[in-house]
Write a protein that binds this ligand. Structure first.
Ligand SMILES: [Zn+2]
Length: 478
């Protein structure tokens, strides 16, 4: 048996108003080259000034991933030329990453698993090349947009502890969840604020040696990442089984062809790294660190545990409700309003998430508010409407942004619990169904279910089932 050895490098754009070393805006989607200045354009003679907020975000990310913080470090220059980086060096942290030796626990098919984090370092982003026709090989021209140049990033480097594509996806989902909880990034893969490269090799299961690894780039969604890793595991396994050599190289994921393709042979370039002489030391002392650590809220893993212990949710339900910060907030507000955690969990997962997912909306954009959902569940519990009707009501609440009671009144949806109305219907049912009635009177109690069903049908589901049962029984016993 062959196993995969995967390590991931994740670039996360930090949520700051300005760039890492200048005051230009980091807003996404503006006109090309409208958010630039001499510093991020790399003009000679400019001096960078470090953004304190970016450092605090980086420290916050490190602490929430259990990293040790480097108390005294700095920035280094990685020298290389590329058209999206006019100053021909990238400011990064090569010698003293701000965080080291962290960890992240993920849920796998075989229980929980800890993935170690080697380091987290701060660095500046490069600009973006825009190829005409989107294809670098056939583009007649390429253009440069430097709006992103100098934007603050952290790069999170894992140890090669990941063994398959499912674990890789779980790692990224958990990582994204935590970074959103501590509010240091939007982590939007489609906008490029959460980007992932992978290093992958395969070996005999249980072996402790490493075969040559392949780096994969351009995995732009979780789906692409999963497919790319699976493809690469198969490709390398075939090579190994045929006694062929795996070449150390960088490959890119081609979404159209659904395969990884050779990009360049991987010989580590010599970046001639040296400490940036203009930025000086970066010190994160104990008191600053402790002030930042106070900003860490209850994280998804703790929330999940609490939902299970305090509110008796299943492992799965607790996971779904805790992994997204906004959904967890929605859930907790609804429970605060009407303390039925299990029922509210069911309504969120079965109905609300279905409606939100259909429109690719997130919980904080929900047209149904937490207290409205809580009210709906309460109305069902009080017998005002049936659960079946509740499903209809929540759809109208969602479309028309209305309170459940208003929807029920406007559409005349409340259950018929009026005795005299139900009595009349019960009498008709008894008259129209002599055979089941006779069966019931002969002691076949099952016939009752059929008769109640007829009543529900006659009232278009608006009868209160418990009431319908009682009244039918009375009429039958007359
Ligand atoms: Zn600038």
């Amino acid at each position: 048996m062959v196993e995969a050895v995967i390590g991931l490098e994740v670039h996360v754009e930090l949520k700051t108003r300005s760039k890492l070393f200048c005051s230009c805006s980091t807003k996404f989607g503006s006109e090309a080259n409208s958010q630039v200045c001499p510093v991020c354009l790399g003009l000679p003679g400019t001096v960078p000034a470090l953004n304190k907020q970016a450092v605090e975000h980086a420290v916050l990310a490190c602490l929430s991933l259990q990293c040790e913080i480097t108390e005294q470090g700095g920035f280094d220059r990685k020298n290389y030329y590329y058209p999206d980086m006019p100053k021909s060096y990238q400011i990064s942290q090569v010698f003293s990453p701000i965080g080291k030796e962290g960890e992240l626990t993920i849920d796998t098919a075989h229980g929980e698993k800890m993935i170690r984090i080697r380091q987290i370092h701060l660095e500046e982003d490069a600009g973006k090349l825009v190829h005409e026709g989107d294809n670098i090989a056939s583009a007649p021209d390429s253009l440069v947009d430097l709006n992103r140049s100098g934007a603050p990033l952290i790069e999170i480097v894992s140890y090669p502890d990941i063994r398959n594509s499912d674990e890789a996806v779980a790692y990224l989902e958990n990582l994204r969840s935590i970074l959103r909880y501590v509010n240091v990034s939007d982590c939007r893969m489609e906008e490029g604020s959460f980007r992932c490269d992978g290093n992958i090799s395969v070996r005999e299961e249980g072996s402790s040696t490493y075969n040559p690894k392949v780096e994969i780039k351009n995995m732009n969604s979780l789906k692409a990442l999963q497919k790319a890793l699976d493809y690469e595991i198969d490709r390398q396994t075939d090579l190994l089984n045929n006694n062929e050599r795996v070449m150390q190289e960088t490959r890119t994921w081609d979404d159209q062809k659904e395969m990884t393709v050779h990009m360049r042979s991987k010989e580590a370039p010599d970046y001639r790294v040296f400490p940036d002489p203009e930025l000086g030391l970066l010190k994160v002392d104990e008191s600053w660190k402790s002030r930042i650590s106070k900003r860490i809220p209850e994280l998804p893993a703790e929330k999940k545990r609490r939902y299970k212990e305090q509110w008796s949710l299943s492992d799965y339900d607790a996971y779904i409700l805790s992994r997204d910060k906004n959904l967890a907030a929605f859930y907790e507000q609804a429970v605060e309003h009407y303390h039925q955690p299990k029922k509210i969990s069911n309504w969120i997962q079965a109905e609300l998430l279905r409606l939100l997912n259909a429109e690719r909306k997130e919980a904080d954009d929900s047209p149904v508010l937490p207290e409205q959902l809580a009210n709906l569940v309460a109305l069902i519990d009080q017998g005002e409407i049936s659960g079946k009707m509740g499903k209809e009501v929540i759809e109208i609440m969602y479309e028309e942004r209305k309170d459940p009671r208003k929807v029920i009144e406007e559409r005349g949806l409340s259950q018929i619990s009026d005795d005299s109305a139900l009595e009349e219907i019960a009498e008709q049912i008894v008259e129209q169904n002599p055979k089941p009635v006779q069966d019931y009177r002969d002691g076949k109690k099952k016939a009752m279910g059929f008769l109640v069903g007829q009543m529900m049908k006659a009232t278009k589901g608006q009868a209160n089932p418990k009431k319908a049962n009682e009244i039918l029984r009375e009429v039958l016993e007359e």
